[in-house]
Design a binder for this molecule. Structure first.
Ligand code: SF4
Ligand code: SF4
Length: 113
């Protein structure tokens, strides 16, 4: 399973600076996730994939898998969310914000120790 950047990307490059392993590169003026480097943010301090969490669009960065039905349901859910105008923008924003807040808190606690 990896994440990929879609045509809905608005090229804000937030995901590039958020990726903890530097897997997001600019290719032909567009961000691209190198599947050889992306580790899905496993074994890191992050509880959610940072590219997806930092993306201000609903579908600029999406999960892809080799499982046909999982892909099918992911696409289905995205289309339904679009049709009902439901957006996970604020969920993403909150996840990103709380992640950054806990990083700053950890840094502060280390400095105070
Ligand atoms: S899932 Fe994590 S490691 Fe992979 S591209 Fe996104 S931020 Fe980088
Ligand atoms: S954060 Fe989303 S919109 Fe911004 S560059 Fe990355 S994929 Fe594109």
């Amino acid at each position: 399973m990896v994440y990929k950047i879609t045509n809905e990307c608005i090229r804000c490059n937030l995901c590039q600076s958020a990726c903890p392993v530097g897997a997001i590169k600019i290719v032909d003026n567009r961000p691209w996730i190198d599947p050889e480097i992306c580790n899905n943010c496993f074994n890191s301090i992050y509880t959610v994939p940072q590219c997806k969490a930092s993306c201000p669009t609903s579908n600029g960065c999406v999960k892809v898998t080799n499982d046909y039905w999982e892909n099918w349901f992911n696409t289905y859910n995205r289309l339904i969310a679009k049709l009902t105008k439901k957006s996970d923008y604020w969920d993403n924003w909150y996840n990103f914000y709380s992640q950054k807040f806990s990083e700053q808190l950890q840094k502060h606690q280390q400095q105070m120790a």
